[in-house]
Write a protein that binds this ligand. Sequence first.
Ligand code: ADP
Length: 193
Amino acid sequence: MLRQTVLLFGPPGSGKGTQAKRLEQHLRATHVSTGDMFREHLSRHNELGRKIEHIMRSGQLVPDAVTNEMVRERLLCPDVALGTLLDGFPRNIPQARWLETFLAGRGYGIRGVVVMNVPREQLIGRLKSRAIKEGRADDADDGVIRRRLDTYAAQTEACIGFYESVRVAVHPIDGVGSVDEITRRVLTALGTA
Ligand code: ADP
């Protein structure tokens, strides 16, 4: 069976992680989140964790070489053989190009791109309450929140245009509503509801 990859895009606080966990079951795809993987390294205080600590806490992107290599190793694992729901990757055009080459080299395709849209003011509110609830240090201060939203607008949104230009289906989703409603919107957009 051809491995299908669904890409999940959305600014910080747009609910990607919440939706990804639910979509994983519906799509029979393995959720791969680069943010979760980096946080795991941080909590283990290993060499990679120490290297990325400052970058993540300041709301910047981890260098592409480090990120791509981590994704490459993950996508070669057998549990992602039937399908992958990629969350948080690619986050800029060089990563998108790298992924195209990686997937094409293995005969795999991108089934679709899901883009979660939430107004900026709501994102800021959600990120602040998440910082309090979960103690996520990278969610904590206003400057860092703004930087992460700006990084998304400046670098990640460009990936959406990139996928349109290579004729991958892009599905914009209204990310305001109940969690169930939003899951339904995504599944309908992907034609699996
Ligand atoms: P967000 O809630 O900001 O979408 P994530 O949990 O996806 O956050 O990622 C948290 C942090 O991990 C990012 O701010 C960034 O520092 C790092 N990160 C995650 N994915 C990537 C990536 N593809 N390239 C570079 N850095 C990344």
